[in-house]
Write a protein that binds this ligand. Structure first.
Ligand SMILES: Cc1cc2nc3c(=O)[nH]c(=O)nc-3n(C[C@H](O)[C@H](O)[C@H](O)COP(=O)(O)OP(=O)(O)OC[C@H]3O[C@@H](n4cnc5c(N)ncnc54)[C@H](O)[C@@H]3O)c2cc1C
Length: 517
């Protein structure tokens, strides 16, 4: 995956330029005794039902917007709409009972500062005109055509739920996992909580040299005392504690000049306690000739790479590397051609790699496989070659090759009032900062279309009331942001007892039991 600069960390909280109208706050009180039975029947607390019913009852003719997905792309789009439109209501649908997408389930647990954007999202969710509806899978619990009917405009911000495959023999073996699943496992994603990860192996191969690959390598090699201070679930910590992994090799199709990770992640690997780099000097000799002509971030990255591979380290680092028990390696110009099975036919014993040669120049340089091969012994293969989006409705134009919804700079092709934001529109090529830009752009575009009359925001639409009615009939009950706050508190309290920021609940039913309490 080519996540460019991973290093954006804190997003300055927004100073709101306008406030929700006093009347809508007052009407919340006035309607306290008028909850629609439907909401209470569907299990909402009085407060949540009040909030949902209040906005619905008073704003039949305000523009009703919904957002699918509550990751950064969804929350930043909501923030922009509420900021730049006086009355529009925004409902955010999320398939999981918990918000924040990859900020919770992707960003590495040892990078908690990156998650500070959650504070801004929480401010957005607390706005009167924003409603979070978790535990609602669009495309399954609610169809896209139901959303079309209930809302004036829709922003699709549902990210990338799958990943690319290598399509080579042996990929189905039990010792081959995607980095996406592995990341989900150590971040407590319910669907990966019970992933069968065998760390009773010495050597791990990671296919890919992006930031996800480096995150995964770092988690495999970081000393336990450091990992225990993160929010990695206890069950995963137990497994990592028993790990025999000593060698992690990251494999790239092209050369060191093409690595996709960024300098912060490389620096962390260079300085990782108990671990040393093992780099083949010959791979890096040419880098120093190349560096002067490169733009600054790339220049600094490749300088550090060349320095690590070619120069004698400072004495303190040299002795740390000499004493280290674990090792990370970078290998270049290699493509996986087969995963080799162990004697049991189930587990992995190695990876057959074809040697590549480079063809063309600069950006157009391509790796071409040769006949020459080699075998890397390893017991676990992690595929880190890119996340991929999936369609949620056949009526939407979907590009299967890129795994994105076809769009013109955020506007879904051939559709009026339907937009994309974040990775479902761009593919997995950005960090939180670029996703913020994408969310703001789509939000602004939507408001401009409302203001210009391109979207008619005045016709009566059912909004969340209509959707909730359908959900209630199916016996489904969404999770509100207040519900999430309860689970959040539960997790933080459980974490405090263990000396960590939070202990995540990793089972959907348990999440629901706690949120609905
Ligand atoms: C492993 C990893 C580590 C990363 N680390 C960093 C980092 O350190 N710093 C940084 O700046 N960036 C990092 N990124 C990038 C960052 O996470 C992305 O830029 C950002 O999360 C993309 O936002 P998004 O909203 O498009 O997608 P997501 O964050 O994936 O959010 C999509 C949301 O939509 C929901 N959804 C999916 N399908 C449906 C449906 N059918 N109905 C309703 N909801 C649905 C999902 O559950 C999810 O909550 C990392 C990415 C990965 C994969």
């Amino acid at each position: 995956m080519t996540l460019r600069s991973w290093q954006m960390v804190t997003i300055v909280p927004i100073v709101w330029s306008h406030h929700d109208t006093a009347s809508s706050i007052a009407s919340t009180d006035a309607l306290l005794c008028e909850f629609p039975d439907m909401l209470l029947r569907s299990g909402f607390s009085r407060l949540a039902a009040c909030r949902l019913s209040t906005t619905a009852a008073n704003t039949a003719h305000v523009p009703k917007v919904c957002i699918v997905g509550s990751g950064p792309a969804g929350f930043y789009a909501a923030q922009q709409i509420i900021k730049s439109h006086e009355t529009a209501e925004v409902d955010i649908y999320e398939k999981l009972p918990v918000p924040f997408g990859l900020v919770r389930f992707g960003v590495a647990p040892d990078h908690p500062e990156v998650k500070n954007c959650i504070n801004t999202f929480t401010q957005t969710a607390s706005k009167n005109r924003v409603t979070f509806l978790g535990n609602v899978d669009i495309g399954s619990d609610v169809t896209f055509s139901q959303l079309r009917q209930a809302y004036h405009a829709i922003i699709l911000a549902y990210g990338n739920a799958k990943d690319r495959t290598m399509n080579i023999p042996g990929e189905e073996l039990s010792g081959v996992l995607s980095a996406r699943q592995f990341v989900g496992w150590y971040n407590g994603l319910p669907e990966d909580a019970d992933l069968n990860v065998n760390l009773d192996v010495e050597s791990v191969a990671i296919i890919g040299q992006g930031n996800v690959a480096l995150d995964v390598a770092r988690i495999l090699l970081t000393p336990m005392d450091m990992l225990r201070k993160t929010d990695i679930p206890e069950s995963v910590l137990d497994c990592l504690d028993k790990s025999r992994v000593k060698y992690v090799t990251l494999i790239g199709r092209r050369g060191p000049q093409n690595v996709a990770f960024t300098i912060k992640e490389l620096r962390e690997m260079v300085n990782l306690p108990g671990c040393r780099p093992s780099l083949i000097a010959g791979d890096y000799q040419h880098l120093r000739d190349l560096v002067p002509s490169l733009p600054r971030p790339r220049k600094r990255l490749l300088e550090l790479l060349a320095k690590t591979a070619l120069d004698t380290p400072a004495p303190a680092l040299a002795s740390a590397w000499a004493a280290a028990q674990k090792e990370w390696r970078l290998r270049f110009l290699l493509s996986p051609v087969e995963v080799l099975a162990g004697t049991d036919g189930q587990t992995v014993s190695g990876l057959k790699l074809a040697h590549n040669r480079l063809q063309g120049d600069g950006e157009n340089q391509r790796a071409v496989q040769t006949e020459e091969t080699e075998t890397l012994e390893c017991g676990l293969v992690l595929r880190s070659i890119g996340y991929k989006g999936i369609p949620i409705d056949p009526s939407l134009p979907f590009d299967q090759r890129t795994g994105t919804i076809a769009n013109d700079n955020g506007r879904v092709k051939g559709e009026n009032g339907i937009y994309v934001s974040g990775w479902i529109g761009t593919g997995p090529v950005g960090v939180i900062l670029s996703t913020m830009t994408s969310g703001f752009t789509s939000g602004k575009m939507l408001v401009a279309d409302l203001n210009s009359g391109q979207i008619d925001g005045t016709s009566a639409r059912g909004g969340k009331e209509e959707i909730l009615e359908g959900l209630t009939k199916k016996g489904l009950r969404p999770v509100t942001f207040t519900d999430w706050n309860r689970l959040d508190k539960f997790e933080v309290e459980a974490g405090t007892k263990l000396g960590k920021p939070r202990e995540k609940v990793t089972n959907v039913q348990k999440m629901l039991d706690i949120t609905y309490d």
